[in-house]
Write a protein that binds this ligand. Structure first.
Ligand code: SF4
Length: 458
């Protein structure tokens, strides 16, 4: 996998924005999807009521997770599905490996599953001699390029069609220079068709798991999850603990919200229900914690577990649109990634809650009403308190707190700042000041507002 983890978000964003043309169409493409989402959401008058219902259902789920999980497990077993529990990524990967090994399977097809990306399952299996092909077209392209997905719904949204053409030429032997999306899709389809027909093992993610019936639902636009699952001898589903919903009727709320929020479609093309293995097939479901119960225990952040992974917060976020998903150096990028990642490793992801303007657009579009921007702000406080903020930032904040605590100090600092800006501006406006790098700085004012007010109040 290509390494992108040596720099922090701002360093990686700096690399991304060097290609101005790419930044502009990346920004435009995501904004186009955000606008489609706006149109689709306004087509149903009860949109806000649906968001509220989804939020309340998920509140119920995260408050009663233990009971719903046990109910779901009991129903899965009744339906003939083998259930496994994994505390972390290693346990999850070891379970998948043991299932495949027991059946002598050396090749597996996998539909989109951010959880398995989070667990680095492909690398784990490949090291042990099991080949994995990602069957979602975007993920397939990313796999060919040995790069993780940059967006949870649109994994290769940051790539030009010419770059994809080049990858296909190199790996699938297409004609050099071929970049027509329809023709490239046909090539991928033909290649994947053969994969589906020959793989004995298939793994899917889970969008919604219904506690009352023990079934789970996988949403795709390509039908790739179905192709893999229907043609395989062994079907495995990996799900995070938070994917539970209590009853089947609740699907009507979430399925309407998910597609509209994700791509502006009224409904995802395939919403496939899986309940029991067909004759001769083995079906396994792995329930994975991997930090979720820790997040559940963090009062200020627990409702991030309501996320249904629609990607809506990414499409609207001005920072995400301009910096690209890979700059977040975490499987889940964008605003939601920035509130999930510090829970997994606070030191490694201390930069992410700062990758936001705190404008609140993410919270406004979130179909399950997660207070994303408030959690980003809250994480900043936790990170500073726990000592994980960058030294320069922590020192700067201390100096600010000291200055702002007294009107005299504030006034003196203002005077000093204005003097520097007028007489030796390079002390402030230099290449070591990151704020100055991309901005034209205004001229310093002649006087402070307090001074102006004192003169003009009458
Ligand atoms: S946080 Fe909300 S908007 Fe963002 S991906 Fe999750 S459900 Fe969608």
């Amino acid at each position: 996998m290509k390494q992108t983890e040596t720099k922090d978000h701002s360093g990686l964003a700096e690399d991304f924005i060097k290609d101005e043309e790419r930044v502009n169409w990346h920004d435009g493409a995501l904004w186009y999807i955000r606008e489609k989402r706006d149109i689709a959401s306004k087509q149903i008058p009860e949109w806000e009521a649906l968001r509220e219902a989804a939020s309340q259902i998920k509140n119920n789920v995260i408050s009663n997770l233990h009971d719903y999980l046990l109910q779901f497990e009991a129903n899965l077993i009744k339906n003939g599905v083998k259930v496994h529990w994994a505390n972390n990524a290693d346990e999850h990967n070891a379970i998948v490996y043991s299932i495949l090994k027991a059946k002598g399977i050396t090749e597996m097809v996998k539909s989109k599953s951010m959880l398995t990306e989070e667990c680095h399952l492909n690398e784990y299996l490949e090291e042990r001699g099991i080949g994995v092909i990602n069957s979602d077209l975007g993920e397939y392209i990313q796999q060919l390029d040995n790069e993780p997905p940059s967006h949870i719904v649109l994994p290769c949204i940051h790539k030009r069609k010419e770059e994809i053409g080049e990858l296909f030429h190199e790996h699938l032997g297409t004609e050099k220079g071929l970049s027509d999306p329809t023709l490239l899709t046909r090539v991928a389809r033909k290649h994947l068709r053969n994969v589906f027909l020959t793989r004995r093992g298939a793994l899917t993610g889970v969008n919604f798991a219904v506690a009352e019936t023990g079934e789970y639902v996988v949403c795709t636009n390509e039908g790739n999850a179905d192709m893999g699952a229907h043609l395989s001898e062994v079907q495995i589903a990996s799900m995070g603990l938070e994917k539970i919903i209590p009853q089947k009727k609740h699907l009507s709320v979430f399925l309407r919200l998910l597609a509209r929020s994700a791509t502006g479609q009224p409904i995802t093309i395939y919403s496939s229900h899986y309940k029991k293995p067909r004759e001769g097939q083995e079906m396994h479901l792995i329930l994975v914690d991997a930090g979720r119960t820790r997040q559940l225990g963090r009062t200020d952040f627990r409702n991030s577990l309501k996320c249904i992974k629609c990607g809506g917060c990414m499409n609207t976020c001005p920072v995400y649109r301009k910096s690209g998903g890979l700059s977040y150096h975490n499987t889940i990028s964008g605003p939601i990634g920035a509130i999930l990642a510090p829970n997994l490793d606070m030191k490694k992801h201390a930069d992410l809650p700062y990758a936001s303007t705190l404008c609140g657009s993410c919270s406004n579009v979130c179909p399950v009403k997660i207070n994303i921007h408030e959690q980003l702000y809250k994480w900043r406080q936790v990170i500073v308190k726990e000592g994980y903020a960058a030294n320069t930032k922590a020192l700067g904040m201390k100096a600010m707190a000291w200055t702002l605590a007294s009107p005299e100090k504030f006034s003196t600092a203002g005077k000093a700042g204005r003097w520097f800006l007028h007489n030796i501006p390079f002390v402030v406006n230099n290449k070591f000041n990151p704020w100055y790098k991309q901005r034209e700085m205004p001229e310093g004012p002649k006087e402070s507002f307090a001074e102006w007010y004192a003169k003009n109040e009458k």
